[in-house]
Write a protein that binds this ligand. Sequence first.
Ligand SMILES: [Zn+2]
Length: 151
Amino acid sequence: MACDVCGDMEDGYVVLIEGARMNTCQECASLGRIISTPVRYSPAARVKTTKQELEMVENFGEEIQKGMKRTGLPVAVLAERINEKVSFLERVVNQKTLPGEHLARKLEHELGIKLLVPASSGEEKKPSGGGGKEMTLGDVLELQKKKKGDK
Ligand SMILES: [Zn+2]
């Protein structure tokens, strides 16, 4: 495959030159009306890789519960707002189901919480002392007090 006009090995453009369909190189493409350009650079194929990977925070159920408490939204109302079934939302809150990114975004928006963090940074992960132990609101407040005391 080569340019129909100049014989250059680089082609990929399909142009209309004086009524004739020609395969041409980039330079010769300007001689006619371009019908199609090379498909080597497909923007659609790259979209996924350019975005940073995100991961769900470990205690997303707790975060959602905290958000609901703060906003005063009962599960039923929240479920309606984000267009999900109450039973499904309850499963998410109980961490039996991992919400998808789209759902997580909606929850973040409705509750003003942070559920998705960049996968590379481990900063968001809280030091969980005795693996599996659930933190109560009291524990959280205690932790915040300690943090303030350190500085
Ligand atoms: Zn050419």
